[in-house]
Design a protein. Structure first.
Length: 415
């Protein structure tokens, strides 16, 4: 299985089946450009800002509400930096769709992307599109895991987007219209209307927006326990406090990855080195391979000795502790738990404070949000999931081939 399939599998494994009934986020109001901090003058007029909803626990994912079509219809899309083509549930004879027909996307004749169009080749790259005829509809298929997949056809439609410069842009974007969602009881389909895919590859929304000249191929997200925000373009890159590190060049890896990394605990080396990590918002928790996971767990346990917490079983997650009375937030335990860090070449560090690896469960226990990746078949790849991306504005700057971050509370910038 490819790395992509494996992370997709992780994503499916951790989905909770929650059907969101209210559309409580919309695109941002037009904002006053003078209140922003453009970092550079570029040939792109603007940026796109999107409020984000969701949380790590108990929901397990973050999503945006996107408008598609004319007249526009709203769709909740799970944010996934681990894969390429966005897709929504299709109002066509559908096997496995979870939304009622009127809340799915209904393609018109002219929305279908044909095999001869370059975007079809990009969707299937590096393989050729599986087409008999250049004028056939372009199909797509996403493998989530054994027996779990989404298939359908690629369509193109307008995404009305309010740009930060005040213009409303209606770029036509290609995405998948999914009408074959296969899943099994243990691997439920995603609860959202679809998935917004944001990997490094050509068919990703950020690459398409940049091809259209709407916003530079820069993607950012900032998550907290109430939601957060995301953006395309350069306008929301913090002016100060950013740590940048070059993206490794690898044509085969569509993921945002960095490495090799070393694990520090409370600022001290742990002897765990050479980690290959990928950033994947499609994963709720962080997954470390067995060896690394075991060492990190050891460090945490050692550090907890003599502190007023006790290991306890909680069905939320495998490793949990209780205190003398129920905890209400991670703030209640941050004096007991240390800070982890991933240290990259050049001593560039991504700090993981207790908030970035612990959750407080409904029972008031504190649980480790770092899981054993070997147990779910991840091999040597380490996945930095939503939990560890909280409280950080993460920026994937495809235009300049670098990844950067800064710590902030991720409060939405506009009401
Ligand atoms: C935009 O911000 C500038 C500077 O803060 C202010 O002078 C101006 O009135 C604002 N415009 C609007 C429409 O809010
Ligand atoms: C805003 O940006 C878009 C796309 O980058 C551009 O087409 C448009 O002309 C810009 N509008 C203004 C008012 O600058
Ligand atoms: C992680 O999972 C693997 C595979 O199930 C298992 O062999 C290993 O003991 C686990 N590691 C730890 C530290 O629990």
């Amino acid at each position: 299985m490819s790395v992509q399939k494996l992370t997709l599998m992780i994503k499916v494994l951790i989905f909770h089946v929650v059907l969101c009934s209210s559309l409580h986020v919309c695109f941002a109001a037009i904002v006053n450009r003078s209140t922003l901090h453009p970092t550079a003058v570029n040939s792109f007029g603007s940026s796109v800002y999107l409020p984000v909803s969701g949380n790590v626990y108990p929901l397990g994912y973050y999503y945006v509400t996107a408008e598609i079509g004319n007249p526009p219809k709203q769709f909740q899309l799970d944010i996934d930096t681990g894969s390429d083509l966005a897709w929504v549930q299709c109002d066509a004879p559908c096997v496995g769709c979870t939304l009622p027909r009127d809340r799915r996307y209904k393609p018109e004749k002219n929305n279908y992307v044909l095999c001869k169009e370059p975007i079809c080749a990009a969707v299937h790259s590096p393989n050729p599109p599986p087409c008999k005829n250049p004028t056939d509809k372009c199909s797509f298929q996403v493998e989530y895991a054994d027996q779990v997949s989404v298939s359908g056809v690629v369509v193109s439609d307008t995404f009305p987007l309010r740009l930060v410069n005040g213009t409303i842009s209606r770029p036509p974007l290609a995405f998948g219209c999914g009408y074959g969602i296969r899943s099994s009881g243990t691997h439920p389909p995603p609860p959202t209307a679809g998935v917004i895919r944001l990997s490094r590859s050509k068919p990703s929304i950020s690459a398409q927006l940049s091809t259209m000249g709407v916003a530079e191929n820069i993607l950012g997200h900032c998550f907290n326990d109430k939601g957060g925000y995301m953006f395309f373009g350069a306008d929301f890159i913090p002016k100060s406090g950013m740590t940048w590190t070059p993206m490794p060049q690898s044509s085969s890896d569509k993921h945002y990855s960095l490495g090799p990394a070393e694990v520090l605990f409370n600022g001290k080396p742990t002897g765990i080195k050479g980690l290959h990590v990928i950033f994947d918002t499609g994963s709720t928790y962080t997954y470390l391979n067995s060896r690394v996971y075991g060492s990190v767990l050891n460090e945490i346990r050692k550090d907890l000795s003599g502190k007023p917490v006790q290991e306890v079983k909680d069905r939320a997650l495998p490793i949990c502790w209780k205190g003398s009375r129920p905890f209400r937030s991670v703030a209640d335990v941050q004096n007991y738990f240390g800070t982890l860090a991933l240290s990259f070449i050049g001593n560039i560090q991504l700090q993981l404070s207790p908030q970035a690896y612990l959750v407080i469960t409904e029972q008031g226990n504190v649980c480790l949000g770092i899981l054993n990746g070997t147990e779910v078949g991840l091999g040597t790849v380490n996945v930095i999931g939503d939990i560890s991306l909280q409280g950080t504005v993460m920026i994937y700057d495809n235009a300049n081939q670098r990844i950067g971050w800064a710590y902030e509370d991720c409060t939405p910038k506009f009401g």
